[in-house]
Design a binder for this molecule. Structure first.
Ligand code: AP5
Ligand code: MG
Length: 216
């Protein structure tokens, strides 16, 4: 089963994708994570992407589509979760081609509906373990022991350079102007289910599970 998680910055795409990886063994394909890894590794794609990401703008369609193609070829037999891709009409067309070339199809597009005013707090309060990448939040998800990762015990944490109020505002504007307009394309194919992304993380996860199990 291949699904897209769609929603603005801070909607919970990464949070819910991580649950699906843990609970169902699906594979998370986050273009944001792939680009951050490319920036860190200093690859040609990363060098092009760094400043664009720090401004909160979209990296080129060619770069992100190539990253997705590579990951699909690395194997997603248990099902792919597209997290942060596609983000405009060109990327919708690119994903159609990438899946068709591999004899695959999309099963669901799940839109996380959220109150934009709440998102700034979600994004600006977010941090991750510097060792294993587990996600936390200053208010909504603290480690059990302050300053110690629940999963690996590391004590170093990091924040994304684009998680500041100004860049988040640019990311929101781009979501509204370029990404939200792809929803009608998938609605015309009968693939879209909207869920309330403002509930507790577990409640949102239960709704997504029901959709994947054909009960949503
Ligand atoms: P990307 O990394 O995809 O960022 P984004 O779309 O802005 O989304 P986020 O990762 O910020 O939010 P999320 O929905 O994953 O939320 P999360 O689960 O972490 O992209 C970054 C940049 O890369 C882009 O700006 C662009 O430059 C580039 N890029 C990426 N893909 C691209 C593409 N396809 N084309 C071109 N450029 C591309 O949750 C946020 C916080 O809220 C967390 O702390 C979490 O703990 C908390 N939280 C989550 N759910 C809940 C809940 N239900 N209740 C309370 N708190 C919650
Ligand atoms: Mg994310």
């Amino acid at each position: 089963m291949n699904i897209i998680l769609l929603g603005p910055p801070g909607a919970g795409k990464g949070t819910q994708a991580a649950r699906l990886v843990a609970e169902r063994g699906m594979v998370q394909l986050s273009t944001g994570d792939m680009l951050r890894a490319a920036v860190k590794a200093g690859t040609p794609a990363g060098l092009q992407a760094k400043a664009v990401m720090e401004r909160g703008e979209l990296v080129s369609d060619a770069i992100v589509s190539a990253l997705i193609g590579e990951r699909l070829d690395a194997g997603c037999a248990t099902g792919a979760i597209f997290d942060g891709f596609p983000r405009n009409g060109e990327q919708v067309a690119a994903l159609d081609v990438l899946l068709e070339e591999r004899g695959q199809k999309l099963d669901h597009v799940i839109e996380l509906e959220v109150d934009e005013a709440a998102l700034i707090e979600r994004v600006v309060g977010r941090y991750t373990c510097g060792n294993c990448g587990t996600g936390y939040h200053d208010r909504f998800k603290l480690p059990a022991t302050e300053g110690v990762c629940d999963v690996c015990g590391a004590t170093e944490f990091k924040r994304r350079p684009d998680d500041n109020a100004e860049t988040v505002s640019t990311r929101m504007t781009i979501y509204r102007g370029e990404t939200a307009p792809i929803l009608p394309l998938y609605e015309a194919r009968g693939l879209v289910t909207r869920i309330d992304g403002m509930g507790e993380m577990d409640t949102v996860g239960t709704h997504i599970a029901a959709i994947l199990d054909g009960e949503g």
